[in-house]
Design a protein around this ligand. Structure first.
Ligand code: ADP
Ligand code: MG
Length: 332
């Protein structure tokens, strides 16, 4: 029987998800969930549009993963526990192979974090995916952008620059040629995985509850996303360039300045940037020990109005940096 909207939902999206707090999942007019006592709901939504957020030839499994990962990353940045997701998808055609791979990528990640797909919407149109993630957090424990304090130490998880490096190699043939000469196959695969299969730092987010003052996820580049924390918290930051966890080999490949630009402004790393008061610095290693990701102190905050001062071994360093990706000021 040919696929229609309902058999498509049934086949690729329904019947995957079970949670004890899921009262009613896919199939009715709306889903019902049970929110635990003394917790707050934390909700975030992200849209991925073909040609804007991903290239037309992205492997569908990667797209399924990434659409959920970017949402999980937002909850990670709140310290929240993700529980339920909805998926609104607009598809140009019903391609069964494509849908099977997309849903496999989505559910692999959903199952890892025990997130249930509880509903959504399916329409025909240009390829676009919106996921809304719902999570919970004990009352008033969420990690905000606005609660950094002067004197806080500034940290980043993982490494930065790898995702954008992979993206440039997908976009530009000449770049790709040089890139393939410089990085070995394993390194290239690691960059591609970072771009296609970002690992949201959900466990690090849990660890940072009660330890970090402010947290943001780095979707648009450290330089731009850090500014969101600084502006929201009335702080400035000194950023120690020599401490940045720039992806290995980038500097030798691009030169110091271009490598820093890519690492600071490239975006889509989906790492966490966070601030920690002096009093909690000592507990950070233990707090993040189960998160499976490294962290690195890259600077310090002071009172201010959102300025970032770039320092290299204590000396001011002038680099022209685009703030970050912005859909309405950058020609896409
Ligand atoms: P309605 O017409 O009331 O909007 P739909 O026919 O769109 O309902 O959806 C039927 C059921 O399937 C609902 O439970 C809805 O949440 C779910 N659903 C629709 N599309 C998706 C999707 N892409 N992924 C998961 N659930 C979906
Ligand atoms: Mg509908």
């Amino acid at each position: 029987m040919p696929l229609n909207e309902f058999s498509l939902i049934e086949r690729f999206f329904a019947n995957h998800s079970q949670r004890n707090d899921l009262v009613l999942g896919i199939g009715d007019d709306a889903a019902i969930v049970e929110v635990p006592k003394d917790h707050q709901l934390v909700i975030s939504s992200d849209t991925l549009v073909e040609g804007v957020h991903f290239l037309p030839n992205i492997p569908p499994r990667a797209l399924g993963h990434k659409a959920l990962a970017v949402n999980l990353s937002d909850l990670a940045a709140m310290g929240a526990e993700p529980r339920w997701a909805t998926l609104s998808i607009s598809l140009p055609s019903l391609d069964e192979q494509w849908l099977a791979e997309f849903s496999a990528g989505l559910f692999e990640l959903a199952e890892f974090f025990n997130v249930a797909l509880i509903g959504g919407d399916t329409t025909r149109g240009p390829l676009s995916i919106t996921i809304t993630i719902h999570g919970v957090i004990p009352k008033d424990k969420a990690l905000l952008r606005s609660s950094a304090m002067p004197g806080d130490w500034l940290y980043v998880t993982g490494s930065i620059g790898g995702s954008n490096l992979a993206l440039q190699s997908l976009l530009d043939e000449d770049f790709a040629h040089e890139y393939q000469q410089h990085f070995n196959k394993d390194q290239q695969q690691a960059h591609l995985d970072k771009h296609y299969f970002p690992q949201p730092r959900v466990l690090a987010g849990y660890g940072l509850r009660g330890v970090a003052n402010a947290v943001i996820d780095i979707s648009d580049g450290l330089y731009g996303d850090l500014r969101h924390i600084l502006k929201a918290s009335d702080c400035d930051a000194k950023l120690w360039l020599e401490k940045l966890p720039v992806v290995e080999g980038l500097e030798q490949f691009l030169g110091r300045e271009q490598a820093l630009k890519m690492a600071l402004c490239g975006g889509e790393d989906y790492e966490l940037c966070f601030t920690v008061p002096e009093a909690n610095k000592g507990s950070l290693d233990i707090a993040l020990s189960y998160s499976g990701v490294n962290h690195q102190c890259v600077g310090q905050l002071s009172r201010g109005d959102g300025q970032i001062e770039l320092l290299e071994h204590g000396q001011a360093k002038a680099i022209e940096l685009p703030i970050s990706w912005d859909h309405f000021t950058t020609s896409a």
